[in-house]
Design a protein around this ligand. Structure first.
Ligand SMILES: [Zn+2]
Length: 122
């Protein structure tokens, strides 16, 4: 079981909010390109600013979430590094799926050691 389940879950929720802001920013950009509505033009920098700010906070929180088995970061993956055993798990293949798994099932698989990590946040 993870050491700080509430912090891990809050981090996951924040990361999902970041994804939502990014999606909203992209949709707003497209709608603005089509309609040229002034309100949409004003929303674009606000959504981008919110995305950058929350992404930074989410990254900072992710630094404090460790795998209890191997001690590596659960939601931060080094570029090019991948667990051999984890590659066998078809269901989860990235830190992003770990984020979703934590929120949906209160557990995820470590990006590095591929072991199951219980995150009882409810
Ligand atoms: Zn691990």
């Amino acid at each position: 079981m993870i050491g700080r389940p509430k912090l891990a879950a809050a981090t996951c929720a924040l990361i999902v909010a970041v994804w939502g802001l990014l999606a909203a920013w992209i949709v707003t950009l497209v709608l603005y390109a089509i309609t040229k509505a002034a309100l949409l033009g004003q929303l674009i920098p606000a959504l981008l600013g919110g995305f950058v700010f929350l992404a930074l906070v989410g990254f900072l929180l992710s630094i404090f979430v460790y795998c209890p088995h191997c001690g590596r970061h659960l939601f931060i993956r080094s570029v090019g590094e991948r667990s051999i055993s984890r590659a066998r798990l078809r269901r989860v293949d990235s830190w992003a799926s770990a984020v979703v798994e934590v929120l949906a099932h209160e557990a995820c698989y470590c990006v590095y050691c591929a072991r199951k990590v219980e995150v009882p946040w409810r």
